[in-house]
Design a protein around this ligand. Structure first.
Ligand SMILES: [Zn+2]
Length: 347
């Protein structure tokens, strides 16, 4: 089946706005043709949300409290509530967050799933065979059981500060033996767990909010990608991640919305925070939230930007909504002010 879309296309890996047509055949972008046509829409690639904890969708509005009391395993508020949540309620709430991600323009996400094998199974069940979103699941052991690895893409740990280093080394070894990925939070609350996290040679790190210049240089030299979660860091009062410093050092940076408990899984909100508090570069921010996430997950050949041969994972936004009416700079407006309700259609 072939279809042709007309609009201002946020084109290619440099996200250049061009007017023209996109032809899609069997879900693949067959052609992009520049043409001076007037249109009422922006056609943009969908987001890649590189870090979520979708399992805590059952908790939407926790009290403001110190980060460890909120999220630290095993007895942080989040873990206590998760233990009390029934399986059907867990599935209902995770499914709602998945629908919300799709509706707000996300086509792939990477989740750190707690609860061992049962936790990973719950996310698989909630996902079902939904073709509209791809999930990468990074599980973690439950009571030393590592069977989650059979149905996960890898291991995603909370922090080296939360576990005995010997145990962490064992988890890493078993993860590698299964040929799976290993990722870990580091530098969220302070910088105390960064050196030990780096010693594990992870596939990627999450946060690095409190990284020193020396840490940034080490991460850059090792070319370890970092997922930043600025809204989450604001919410937990952890600081502002040194994103521009990381980018200047040549670190591959992607963006995640982190715990659903703290933030909606809406990447428009993440873009707005990034562009207005730290990065001040529309193109860079959009790239962090799309192509860089796709690279992190190894799907940049098929997703993350609009190019011939890639999958048509697109969001079509109105240029005539009350919010977008009169825009002159499509990329700037998309990054700084567009909202999910400006989306007309997701492909
Ligand atoms: Zn996290």
């Amino acid at each position: 089946m072939e279809q042709t879309l007309k609009g201002t296309i946020i084109y290619g890996d440099e996200f250049e706005p061009i007017d023209g047509y996109i032809t899609i055949e069997n879900g693949i972008i067959k052609n992009v043709e520049e043409s001076a046509v007037a249109s009422d829409v922006i056609i943009a690639p969908c987001f890649v949300n590189a870090h979520t904890h979708i399992g805590d969708s059952v908790i939407k509005d926790p009290p403001f409290m110190p980060l460890p009391e909120l999220v630290q395993p095993p007895n942080g508020l989040k873990h206590r509530i998760l233990r009390q949540t029934s399986y059907p309620d867990l599935i209902i709430s995770i499914r709602a967050s998945i629908r919300d991600m799709i509706k707000t323009g996300t086509c792939a996400f990477c989740d750190f799933r707690e609860g061992g094998l049962a936790g990973a199974r719950a996310l698989h069940e909630a996902l079902g065979t939904n073709p509209d979103i791809k999930a990468w699941i990074f599980g973690r052991p439950d009571d030393k059981d590592m069977n989650y690895l059979d149905i996960c893409h890898g291991t995603g740990l909370s922090s080296t500060n939360d576990l005995e280093m010997e145990y962490v080394q064992d988890i890493l070894k078993k993860t590698r033996e299964k040929g799976k990925k290993f990722a870990i939070h580091a530098g969220e609350k302070d910088s105390s767990d960064i050196t030990s996290a780096l010693a594990l040679d992870p596939d990627f790190l999450v946060h690095l909010t409190n990284a020193t210049n020396k840490d940034i240089k080490t991460v850059a030299d090792a070319q370890i990608p970092v997922v930043v979660c600025p809204r989450s860091n604001y919410m937990t009062r952890s600081g502002i991640p040194p994103i521009t410093e990381m980018l200047d050092a040549g670190i591959p940076v992607a963006v995640g919305t982190d715990n659903v408990m703290l933030n909606s899984a809406n990447m428009f909100s993440e873009m707005e925070i990034l562009v207005k508090t730290k990065v001040y570069d529309d193109r860079q921010v959009f790239k962090l939230c799309t192509l860089n996430g796709a690279k992190l997950l190894g799907i940049d050949k098929e997703s993350g930007s609009i190019k011939k041969g890639k999958k048509a994972r697109l969001m079509i936004l109105s240029k005539k909504s009350d919010n977008m009416q009169g825009i002159k700079n499509p990329l700037g407006s998309l990054v700084r002010r567009a909202r999910p309700d400006d989306i007309i259609r997701i492909i």
